[in-house]
Design a protein around this ligand. Structure first.
Ligand code: PGA
Length: 259
């Protein structure tokens, strides 16, 4: 694991956006794994800013998002399709037909999850997957106790995740109980992983992911098994790491942009 620690959230987002840009510049037909959530808003904002300066294109980029709620229509403001279109896809030259999210329609949801997994497996493979982390250590919607060998499927959301996402809905009853998510093994199949976490509320989950044992009780800890994972965190999210000095010594100011 490469642990890059930045002074603040802005610099973490900037670094993550630079690494995404680099992946697109190096391979203009790359397949990206993409994430939603509050943390990614400023990452995408910066990526759009870089795109506007010119010099690279998403025209031949393909994307697979990590997850989608079950039973939330695409047009709903809280759907992840809506999030991706309004926070990234509408502002860059990616072809919408090349952007994929799991189908959260309740009809045939399990079957559609399997089809999504097949589509990923039938592609040339995800080159770089962007990940956030939940306070409970989830990546995608792989909640604690998710099988470390899991594939795209329906997961029941924990109450803590539903509470965390309440801000996107009017009331708790409206927050979905289920989601379709790439599995942990699906994520591990990506050639590179890039996880971004900011803020003190993530410090405990980050410490368990990086320095705890690999365990389904902290699904993100499975990334310890990935050969090419970069973790970008700000000082607040890094505050519970025991080997903080070591990581800062290896990459002063998070200065390391190569995988
Ligand atoms: P957040 O969500 O970026 O909104 O904190 C991350 C996650 O739960 O995966």
């Amino acid at each position: 694991m490469k642990i890059l620690i930045t002074e603040n959230e802005e610099l973490a987002s900037q670094k993550a956006a630079s690494l995404l840009k680099q992946a697109v510049v190096e391979k203009p037909n790359a397949i990206l794994g993409l994430a939603t959530g509050g943390t990614m808003l400023s990452v995408y904002e910066r990526l759009i800013g870089m795109y506007r300066l010119g010099g690279f294109s998403f025209e031949n980029i393909m994307s697979f998002n990590l997850d989608e709620y079950v039973g939330v229509a695409e047009e709903h403001h809280a759907s992840y399709r809506h999030y991706m279109n309004s926070n990234l896809f509408d502002h860059i030259d990616i072809q919408i037909k090349n952007t994929h999210l799991p189908n959260g329609n309740e009809l045939n949801v399990e079957q559609n999850a399997k089809k999504y997994e097949k589509k990923i497996q039938g592609s040339s493979g995800i080159d770089l997957i962007l990940l956030g982390i939940g306070k409970n250590g989830h990546i995608g919607f792989n909640e604690p106790t998710s099988s470390l060998a899991s594939r795209t499927r329906v997961k029941t959301l924990t109450q803590s995740t539903r509470n965390q996402n309440l801000k996107y809905f009017d009331k708790i009853e409206d927050v979905p109980k289920y989601a379709v998510t790439m599995g942990l093994q699906t994520i591990l199949d990506a050639k590179k992983c890039l996880l971004v976490a900011t803020g003190a509320a993530k410090a405990q989950a980050v410490a368990k992911m990086v320095e705890g044992g690999v365990s389904a009780s902290c699904p993100a800890s499975i990334l310890q098994h990935h050969e090419k994972t970069t973790i970008i965190i700000d000082k607040a999210a890094a505050s519970k790491l025991k080997l903080l000095d070591y990581y800062e010594n290896v990459h002063p100011n998070g200065e390391e942009v190569y995988f």
